[in-house]
Design a binder for this molecule. Structure first.
Ligand SMILES: [Zn+2]
Length: 503
């Protein structure tokens, strides 16, 4: 680690230190003050000791454009430790929000999720990821003094798959009385294009992440990971989670990866491998579309079922892997475009895995956005590049109402201002969710492990929590966690980037 980096790490440690005081319980003023001072001294001593921890060798972080960039490297346990340590304040902040989200929607307590993580997911996790997850726990606890254990971290890693896939499946199977209305989420708008569709004839890939603003505003990490085994990865991600999970990533063997979730998907295999493990493994080890497909299919549990949009810059080929549980389909081409906005299209997948989904209902968010992608991509055939992709991710044309109006049917989603919500995802009227950030890259950038990313709505619009909560009491339960989501600038990141010295 160079002196410059060391200074930056030390600086961020100092700045973060104050945010990491976890004062539990409230007594009278004096005792509280003494307790706070004692904890501060303890934290300081802990920080000093941790700075010399060999597991942190080579790791660093910096903040830019609303994002937090972390560089992690080495053995799985070290990569995890660095992740937990450098992002301790972000994990400590995100964990209670995710816990509230998972327990609120499912009406299950946290122990339920810990047990699912321990008994169902953990035994099938590859050793290297067990070590990395334990490393995150150790790094987090070393830095913050928190007492989370590895099953808390595993359950958090599965926040996309346990509530809306596993619990939905379990409620149906056990005929749970008064079961909550759980629906697989509709996350994201994306496309991948190649050949005569793009300006330079090579691959362009772009994605915006749709999710609740509570989680989405925290989905602000850029991970640059150099693992001991496998490929180098640059991806966006969530604090404490080992997969990109929204997903957008590129690896050093030329694979470019994104996805959009399959709406109204039903199914779960308790004997399968967690989706977050397969997705991380595929980005870390796949150097081709075929390898990627093989890893995602191996132990497919049905969790967080996606249409994966892939590109291989070595061959200029792109693919769409529609990964259902009972059926799947792979399309591939060296001259074409694949778009995604949360709809399945293979007749077998539609029939077997998404029996409720109606591909002909032009009023729903997935189908309205599908129509818009088709228009925009056709209009821009031969012109697609990263700059244009960024613009398309912020598009606000509603194909159902045939007018410009940001809402739940536009590529850049703003469901908080829609009186309809998105019923097929169980998002009620004015649900505080939509497009929370965007990313774009192309073959040339992917060769250098580079991409552009924008935090907040890709159109540049801001979300303000206070007035929203004041006028939407239905979402008062989110009040402790829901924050403003100001849009940042489109910002370039590349693997191995060393930030300019901070002034
Ligand atoms: Zn927008």
């Amino acid at each position: 680690m160079s002196d410059g980096i060391r200074r930056i790490v030390a600086l961020s440690v100092l700045m973060l230190g104050t945010g990491l005081l976890w004062v539990a319980g409230r007594t009278n003023g004096d005792a509280e003050k003494a307790d706070t001072e004692r904890k501060a001294a303890l934290d300081e001593a802990r920080e000093r000791a941790a700075q010399n921890d060999p597991r942190l060798k080579g790791a660093y972080r910096y903040d830019r454009g609303g994002w937090v960039y972390v560089h992690l490297e080495g053995e799985p346990a070290a990569v995890g430790f660095q992740h937990g340590f450098l992002l301790a304040s972000e994990i400590a902040d995100a964990f209670p929000a995710i816990k509230a989200q998972m327990t609120h929607s499912t009406r299950r307590d946290w122990d339920f999720f810990r047990n699912a993580a321990k008994d169902m997911l953990w035994p099938k996790i590859d050793d290297e990821y067990k070590q990395e997850l334990q490393g995150i726990t150790d790094g987090l606890n070393t830095r913050s003094g928190s007492h989370l254990d590895v099953y808390d971290i595993v359950a958090m890693n599965a926040f996309e798959e346990l509530p809306d896939y596993y619990v939905a499946w379990l409620d149906k199977r056990e005929k749970t009385a008064n079961a909550p209305n759980l629906k697989s989420p509709g996350n994201c708008s994306a496309f991948v294009a190649t050949g005569s569709w793009t300006k330079d004839g090579k691959i362009v890939i772009a994605h915006n992440n749709w999710t609740g603003y509570m989680a989405g505003e925290r989905w602000r990490i850029i991970f640059d990971i150099v693992p001991k085994n496998g490929l180098r990865m640059l991806m966006d991600g969530f604090p404490g989670v080992i997969a990109s999970d929204d997903d957008f990533g590129i690896n050093s063997d030329g694979l470019m990866v994104t996805e959009t979730t399959i709406s109204q998907f039903e199914g779960w295999d308790p004997n399968g491998k967690a989706e977050f493990i397969r997705a991380r493994k595929a980005l870390q080890y796949a150097g081709s579309i075929d390898e990627y497909t093989r890893i995602m299919l191996d132990g497919n549990n049905g969790g967080y079922a996606n249409d994966w949009l892939l590109g291989d810059r070595k061959t200029n080929e792109i693919a769409q892997l529609e990964l259902g549980l009972k059926a799947y389909k792979l399309w591939r081409t060296k001259d074409g475009v694949f778009a995604g906005s949360n709809w399945a299209r293979d007749p077998k997948v539609l029939k077997l895995d998404t029996p409720q989904f109606n591909p002909n209902d032009s009023e729903t968010s997935p189908n309205a956005r599908r129509a818009r992608w088709e228009q925009l991509l056709d209009e821009n055939k031969g012109k697609l590049d990263v700059e244009l992709a960024e613009k398309l991710l912020g598009d606000h044309f509603d194909t159902f109402d045939k007018k410009e109006a940001a809402n739940e049917r536009t590529l850049c989603g703003h469901v908080d201002i829609s009186p309809r919500g998105v019923a097929i995802w169980a998002w009620g009227p004015s649900y505080p969710g939509g497009a929370v950030q965007g990313k774009a890259s192309d073959s040339t950038m992917a060769q250098q492990l580079r991409f552009f990313a924008r935090m907040g709505h890709p159109c540049g619009g801001d979300f303000n929590a206070k007035p929203f909560l004041a006028s939407h009491p239905d979402y008062a339960w989110q009040e402790p966690y829901l924050r403003d989501m100001p849009a940042g600038p489109w910002t370039e990141f590349h693997a191995g980037e060393i930030p300019a010295p901070q002034r």
